[in-house]
Design a protein around this ligand. Structure first.
Ligand code: F6R
Ligand code: MG
Ligand code: MG
Length: 365
């Protein structure tokens, strides 16, 4: 019998401004998921939030892209939206692009990462949730986990990792995908993955036996909606140990607070700060972007945990460095590379400014 983990998330309202998902929203989602567990649709669940995003972490036997599971998440978010409206929370229902469910939650606003596997005798899994950034923010850390021997010692010294992994990479602009094999195609893969706004890792698979290793939510809400409706703050599921990177190798890339697109108005580069659950609340200039890591053991489809993995003093230097980089980046104000290049900004007044100035531009030829 196989186990499926579905992590489905949406921003349906927060306090104050685009800050923190209100506990009342999580409580409302809890009602729906508790009932679904009673009715045996779900085996288990854990509800959390990273900043203004509410995350539903669910285990079940229904497989990926299951209509009932997706509808459950959609209905929970719809009900939470009602609560958000009553409390006049900010951005109530902002990630729900439709008020009627149509078979699959993908394309309806919420982000979704799912994987199905046969449980090992002991199966550690890490769920990452990010706020104020985009799915491409996972490219560098996932690449390091599964392809960089300076991060993951096991790639060199553990025979069960030594053959490497395949990366399924989505081109979110052209809606196409390519699978690339590492280490052989590492340089070609990096040529794509460095363009974090366009090429994003969707899935990682162990080459030895095609076992699923990682899955990422790759929805691009702003592209789907055709206009700015919020950042697609992503989530990812990563399996650890015995043939996968060790739990410590899985969280190691985040000791470097790399620059990601997002932050204020989804239009600025800033450092990704790894934080414990209690600090998953981006405040300064709506940031800097945050990531939390929740470690679980999967036991007969039940979630044992979580361990709040970044609530570790060993990540204090990364947090301090992120705060310093945030300060440094902020001093650029409206200038690149703090502000994103025009074509990557979530919204811009540039076309209006250019239109206004059109008659005043003189040719220099
Ligand atoms: C970024 C984000 C916030 C908002 C900003 C402006 O993803 O959610 O930084 O973009 O607070 O929000 P509005 O336009 O709603 O006033
Ligand atoms: Mg919001
Ligand atoms: Mg958010």
């Amino acid at each position: 019998m196989k186990t499926t983990i579905s992590v489905i998330k949406a921003d349906v309202g927060s306090v104050a401004g685009h800050g923190l998902a209100h506990p009342a929203l999580l409580d409302k989602c809890e009602e729906f998921l508790a009932k679904a567990r009673e009715e045996e649709l779900l085996e288990d669940y854990y509800i959390t939030n990273c900043g203004d995003d509410t995350e539903l972490i669910m285990t079940h036997r229904q497989g990926e892209e299951n209509e009932e599971i997706h509808e459950l998440a959609f209905n929970a978010f719809m009900a939470a939206t009602e609560v958000a409206r009553e409390l006049k929370l900010y951005g109530a229902g902002q990630d729900l692009l439709s008020d009627t469910f149509s078979g699959n939650i993908k394309g309806m606003g919420p982000g979704c990462a799912e994987m199905e596997f046969k449980e090992r005798p002991s199966d550690p899994v890490v769920v990452f949730c990010m706020d104020k950034t985009e799915p491409g923010a996972f490219n560098m850390p996932l690449f390091k986990m599964f392809a960089d021997p300076f991060n993951t010692a096991g790639l060199v010294i553990d025979p069960s990792l030594h053959n490497g992994y395949k990366f399924e990479i989505f081109d979110v602009m052209e809606h196409r995908k390519v699978t690339m094999s590492c280490p052989e195609e590492m340089y070609d893969a990096l040529a794509l993955l460095g363009s974090t706004g366009r090429y994003v890792i969707k899935r990682i698979i162990r080459k030895d036996d095609n076992e699923i290793a990682a899955a990422v939510s790759t929805e691009r809400l702003n592209l789907m909606a055709g206009k700015y409706v919020g950042k697609d703050d992503p989530v990812a599921i990563v399996r650890a140990q015995s043939g996968f990177p060790a739990a410590g190798e899985v969280v190691e890339p985040f000791a470097f607070p790399h620059l990601v697109g997002g932050w204020m108005r989804g239009s600025h580069n800033g450092p990704l700060m790894p934080v414990g659950q209690k600090d998953a609340y981006p405040v300064r200039f709506d940031g800097p972007p945050r990531v939390i890591a929740l470690g679980f053991q999967i036991a007969d489809c039940k979630l044992i945990g979580p361990a709040d993995m970044f609530d570790d003093p060993a990540y204090d230097p990364a947090r301090k460095q992120a705060a310093e980089i945030a300060d440094y980046m902020r001093r650029h104000g409206p200038f690149e590379p703090h502000r994103l290049p025009a074509d990557e900004m979530e919204y811009t007044s540039l076309p209006g400014v250019l239109e206004k100035l059109e008659s005043r531009f003189e040719s220099m030829e």
